[in-house]
Design a protein around this ligand. Structure first.
Ligand SMILES: [Fe+2]
Length: 265
């Protein structure tokens, strides 16, 4: 499997703190069946001042350590990018890295507030030739009031990434419900770990993948962690991989619980 969202680089954001943490995370990922992993530290001006040059250097240092320790994990370039003015210029200059130099990049909206002009900003990025991958919409506090906005973003050409831990309850029942719904309704392109540590938010895809399998069947679940991430890394056209197939699709017990709870509220 390929994990396109992981905060494994040590000491440059709120993910791994030390090299030891990074190596431990890498061992967990490999044991879970992940062979390739994108290093995606936050780029958030004023809080996490990472850039392409620094991230590339940190990746080559960590890759050398992985190789030295015999950990069979291939690292590729990326970033978890916040929506800020000048983003297109940053992407064009390489200051803001895309995923493995492709046209795809991770775009992380604010967790608590819908960004003003989100739709227009995403459209501008697409028109500039990029495919924004919106990270973990299921965990945003405003997803419930803006679900149609996410569906429109997909129509425009954006991709959605659900976090594996959301499907196993790591982020609570609400994130689990929205994660299941985004996948079950065929609105999710990628499943990733967004791992930050070896603890609660660890780099493991397999349990979340099992939930996805129950929701959409094996073929589409495989696309979430293999076929589409591989297409991203090869910079293949998004329109060739964007369509989402539902083989089985049945409402989960959790979805039923959420609807009952909302109906009773
Ligand atoms: Fe992240």
């Amino acid at each position: 499997m390929i994990d396109l969202h992981c905060h494994i680089l040590p000491g440059i954001d709120d993910g791994a703190k030390t090299l030891g943490d990074s190596l431990a995370m890498a061992r967990i990922a490999v044991a879970d069946g992940i062979h390739t992993l994108a290093c995606t530290p936050h780029i958030y001006p004023g809080m996490c001042m990472n850039d392409g040059t620094g991230i590339a250097h940190a990746i080559s240092t960590l890759q050398a350590e992985l190789d030295r320790h015999g950990i069979a994990l291939k690292l590729v370039m990326g970033a978890d990018v916040h929506l800020v003015p000048g983003l297109i210029d940053g992407l064009r200059s390489g200051r803001v890295p895309t995923l493995n130099g492709s046209g795809y990049f991770l775009l992380e909206p604010s967790h608590t507030t819908p960004p003003p002009r989100l739709e227009a900003s995403v459209l501008a990025l697409i028109q500039a030739g990029y495919t924004p991958i919106i990270t973990h919409p299921e965990r945003l506090s405003w997803v419930e009031s803006h679900y149609p906005v996410f569906l429109r973003l997909i129509e425009h050409g954006a991709w959605m990434q659900v976090t594996a831990g959301s499907l196993t309850g790591v982020f609570g029942k609400r994130a689990r419900y929205w994660g299941e719904r985004l996948i079950g309704e065929g609105h999710t392109h990628l499943l990733a770990t967004d791992a930050h540590s070896t603890g609660r938010r660890l780099p493991r895809l397999s349990e979340g993948l099992e939930v996805a399998r129950r929701l959409v069947g094996s073929t589409e679940a495989n696309r979430l962690v293999n076929e589409r991430p591989a297409a991203v890394l090869k910079n293949l056209p998004p329109q060739d991989f964007g369509s989402i197939e539902k083989e089985t699709g049945r409402p989960s017990a959790l979805s039923s619980w959420f609807f009952r709870r909302r109906a009773a509220a």
